[in-house]
Design a protein around this ligand. Structure first.
Ligand code: ATP
Length: 242
């Protein structure tokens, strides 16, 4: 079911989370609309990964609430949260984490195969996404022979292939060279925009945040000053928390 455009697809209220008494989030609220590309930007240790894990239902925060399409994730049984992650969410990490025994199209097709789609249809969809991300010619190659930027594009294809509602991207280009970063981010954001997929893009790099429609700044587990992505100045330090 599609979320009406005036309703937040994902909404978080007052999130607090600690690891063994060490606070990682101390009261974060945000909302993301369908099709929006939202950067969660802040320095290392600011709580970006913890926030993505709460928003994607991987961990239940100590306090606060996350709602997807109006349903509080904490009210769902673990099996329903797993289904949500499998069917409606995609994840891209800093490392591509491709399976070395599978070739590029098989890696990209995994979410569809895990859902029980027929191999032929899954292969066709994977090939189409690899083509869209300009990596189609590598479809039959294994990850080990692909350069890091190509591997990361395969990971992007894997995150998008099932056309999820939300893709959580945790520092998706942090390990790439500068030139490769922009190319991978451009393909990720333009593919997401074309297909109306919401992207939550966690980054410590102001240049990366520029690819988003809007930026939420995090410092020490709480909100920093909010600033539109285009006004972030990479020569300036991150805003102090407020
Ligand atoms: N599994 C964990 N156990 C204990 N402490 C953790 C754990 N994961 C994160 N932390 C701590 O929580 C805080 C927030 O970490 P988090 O990884 O969410 O931030 P981040 O902004 O994603 O930083 P980075 O870019 O370094 O990953 C940090 O102080 C970190 O050391």
């Amino acid at each position: 079911m599609e979320t009406p455009p005036d309703i937040d697809l994902l909404r978080a209220r007052g999130l607090c989370h600690s690891y063994r008494d060490s606070p990682a989030l101390t009261g974060v609220s945000l909302e993301a609309r369908a099709g929006e590309i939202l950067a969660l930007a802040g320095p290392r240790g600011a709580g970006k990964t913890t926030l993505l894990r709460c928003l994607s239902g991987q961990i239940v925060p100590d306090e606060g609430e996350v709602a997807f399409e109006g349903t509080a994730l904490a009210t769902l049984p673990e099996s329903a949260r797993e289904r949500l992650r499998r069917d409606r969410f995609g994840w891209i990490g800093a490392d591509a984490q491709l399976l070395p025994e599978l070739n590029a199209w098989e890696n990209a097709a995994l979410p569809l195969l895990l859902r029980g789609e027929r191999a032929k249809a899954a292969r066709k969809a994977a090939q189409e996404w690899l083509d869209r991300l300009d990596i189609g010619e590598a479809a039959r190659r294994r990850p080990g022979v692909l350069p890091p930027a190509a591997q990361q594009r395969v990971a992007v294809a894997r995150a998008l292939v099932a056309e999820p509602a939300v893709v959580f991207a945790d520092e998706p280009t942090a390990t790439l060279h500068c030139g490769d970063r922009a190319q991978v981010l451009r393909t990720l954001t333009s593919a997401a925009r074309t297909h109306g997929i919401t992207v939550l893009l966690a980054t410590s790099d102001p240049e990366t945040a520029r690819f988003a429609d809007r930026t939420v700044a995090l410092v020490d587990g709480r909100h920093g000053a909010l600033s539109p992505a285009r006004s972030l100045d990479p020569t300036q330090p991150w805003p102090a928390s407020v």
